[in-house]
Design a protein around this ligand. Sequence first.
Ligand SMILES: [Zn+2]
Ligand SMILES: [Zn+2]
Length: 256
Amino acid sequence: MSLHLFDHHIHSTRSDGEVSLADRARSVAVRPHGISDHYPWRDKMRHDDDVLRYLDDAATLGLRVGLEYDLGVAPPLLASTRRSLHYLIGAVHQLEVDGVRIGYDIAGQFVKGKLRGKPFPETDRFSDEALRRRILERTLEVVREGIEEIGIDVLGHPTFTPLQALGDPETSYPIEWQERLIELCVRADVAIELNESYGVPHHAFLVRAKRAGARFSVGSDTHGPLLELERTAKMIEAAALPHERFLDGRRVRTPV
Ligand SMILES: [Zn+2]
Ligand SMILES: [Zn+2]
């Protein structure tokens, strides 16, 4: 089954992707997609000027242009810059908890199957109950900030944290926490992303989100070739998510 819902989450050489904007613009004919590079990204996406140049370059090529805004750590962008984008994805890639930086990189490699079958190397650290609770609470705080102050349209890879790498997400994420996360999104009409690369959110979360009246968004999160959205198609089918609840490259909420 090939999926033709709009894919909002795609990277290019303007951050850590391997494909140029021009080549991304050509693959829109294969299936509809936008572009959403990381903000911030080292020397490439540092401030408003970089973002506006990116928007201009990509839009000139005919692309719909978003950003993957690093929640909790990104330097603020002007409201005018945020509004001029076609959409904004917010995602958490690290957290600061009690002054300590919690990196998500190793968990990310594990979840994406890049550790060649080895067990998750940080199991002990993240099995600590106090740390787990702090990560969960801090996640809700930065998501709320992203929704209310930054005006994100999509919550990217919503349930990806190192806790996901511990095993069953229904155990790592209390149902009550999942419902609070969903509620934050639903109340503000922020779409919940189905992320092909991380394979999140899990089925029970999607069923809860659908029941709560959530909107959804497709995100392959590809950094290389544009591939079929096989996992996403299965996730949509299994939870019977109606296609009309998915974003189509346009904002539905009023920018903040
Ligand atoms: Zn991401
Ligand atoms: Zn991404």
